[in-house]
Design a protein around this ligand. Sequence first.
Ligand SMILES: *[C@@H]1O[C@H](CO)[C@@H](O)[C@H](O)[C@H]1NC(C)=O
Ligand SMILES: *[C@@H]1O[C@H](CO)[C@@H](O)[C@H](O)[C@H]1NC(C)=O
Ligand SMILES: *[C@@H]1O[C@H](CO)[C@@H](O)[C@H](O)[C@H]1NC(C)=O
Ligand SMILES: *[C@@H]1O[C@H](CO)[C@@H](O)[C@H](O)[C@H]1NC(C)=O
Ligand SMILES: *[C@@H]1O[C@H](CO)[C@@H](O)[C@H](O)[C@H]1NC(C)=O
Ligand SMILES: *[C@@H]1O[C@H](CO)[C@@H](O)[C@H](O)[C@H]1NC(C)=O
Length: 435
Amino acid sequence: MSDSPRSLPAGWLAVSVFSSRGLKVGIFAFVSLSLVCFAAFYNPTVFRRPVSPSSYSPWNINSTQLAGENENLTQNHTPAAFSKTSLTKPSNLKIVAVIFYGRPDRVEILDCYLKRNLAVNGGWVDEVYWAPNTKSQDDLDWLDKLVPTSSQYKKLPIDTQKEGYARIWDNAITEPDTLYIKIDDDIVYIDDNAIPKMVSLKLEQDHSFVVSANVVNGAPLSYHHFRTGAIRPYLPEMIKPNSTDDGNVTSVQTPPWRASQLPSWEGPSDFEFPLGVGTSPYPNHRWLPLRDGNRSSIYRTPIQHAPCSPWGETYGKWSLAAQQHFSFFESLEKNETDVYDFARSGIWDMGFERISINFIAIWGRDVIDHLPLNDDEAMLTKSIPRQLSRPVLVATGALASHYSFTSQVNDLRETDILSRYRAYANELICPGTLF
Ligand SMILES: *[C@@H]1O[C@H](CO)[C@@H](O)[C@H](O)[C@H]1NC(C)=O
Ligand SMILES: *[C@@H]1O[C@H](CO)[C@@H](O)[C@H](O)[C@H]1NC(C)=O
Ligand SMILES: *[C@@H]1O[C@H](CO)[C@@H](O)[C@H](O)[C@H]1NC(C)=O
Ligand SMILES: *[C@@H]1O[C@H](CO)[C@@H](O)[C@H](O)[C@H]1NC(C)=O
Ligand SMILES: *[C@@H]1O[C@H](CO)[C@@H](O)[C@H](O)[C@H]1NC(C)=O
Ligand SMILES: *[C@@H]1O[C@H](CO)[C@@H](O)[C@H](O)[C@H]1NC(C)=O
């Protein structure tokens, strides 16, 4: 029941991206398709992610490599210490993260990353404002327990009886010269460099209206991740494994997150997983890597259906998200998340093309000048940028992961993905605090 905040229109969760606005969005998207696919480049090196030493290529892996050599990489990480970047936070800049809160099972993971990113812990975020976006009393009570856990956390007084994201923006954004980072409550991974890179890009290229993080399972970013080779071939485990062998992996409450511990996918060579909803094979199932070394394997997995213009029929389907998340765990384990940086310069210009606003940076004044934001996503990424000739820029080295769009969530909850993110955070971000 706390699954999605139904008390408000769905635009914030981008459900609207995939539904009724089809015609208007469709025409615009078609006209400017080439803009997003061939957007302009800039070239400051600071926004790029460093290149991984093993320079991953999806077409030359084999199962020996996958299973063996990377198994202990993460033991070298220092848990919970925010890793310093070469970037320096400007003095006198106030950065506030704003979370539209609704779902404790995801927020307990986000909480780890937020605390790690606090300025008091070496990060760049001065304060976190929690904007309640749910009518569930249990979930509101949960928030009341969370807020006192940090003196940098603050709950915004919002009348939950009233409807509309516009009202939340009205209440959350009050200081013109504060840089706000709006983060969806189901962002389940934030790279240490993400916020410093977003903020630095926003300051350096302040003709931009919004700077977005580079979001796994973000629209339309999945397309770029697929076409530049970041996403690896995975398919769902269709038959529940026997509990006597590796069945333990799926039955424990917090499965290990490392992809190297997954068995290889096995099945008929002409198998294709359907794209629809309600197709999950069984509760708490896993997705498994295809380790056949066949360069064509990626084209029999769901991600092949990621379109450049994300408002089409297949976009947002849960299977694309499931594949992206399992593939992302493999990149995390191998310390090769730089494969997601799809722009040579570290900057991708969206022009005036729509992008989901799961994780964005914007000046308080740029919000305040345009209230009320009745259709926040369309206004912040399309209409206002076009009117002002101030584009949305994606900081492609600023990596984060978005669990689920509303259209994906029922099936995704039939996977063990959320427990994998919880296991990752519990091991490396906030050790021993999640169960
Ligand atoms: C991961 O890769 C980065 C560069 O891509 C490097 O600086 C870092 O030391 C690596 N970490 C581990 C644990 O190998
Ligand atoms: C797979 O990779 C390993 C380690 O790099 C190598 O020893 C092995 O020969 C490779 N196997 C094949 C079939 O290419
Ligand atoms: C991985 O770590 C385990 C436990 O620390 C150790 O026994 C094993 O030898 C390590 N494997 C490699 C390949 O280093
Ligand atoms: C699971 O158990 C059944 C019945 O005991 C057996 O026929 C089947 O081969 C087993 N499957 C695997 C993957 O071990
Ligand atoms: C499965 O889990 C049980 C209980 O946690 C454990 O005793 C058993 O050794 C596990 N089996 C395997 C194959 O890991
Ligand atoms: C590789 O996969 C493609 C598509 O699944 C298939 O048609 C082809 O026969 C495979 N090649 C090999 C060498 O197995």
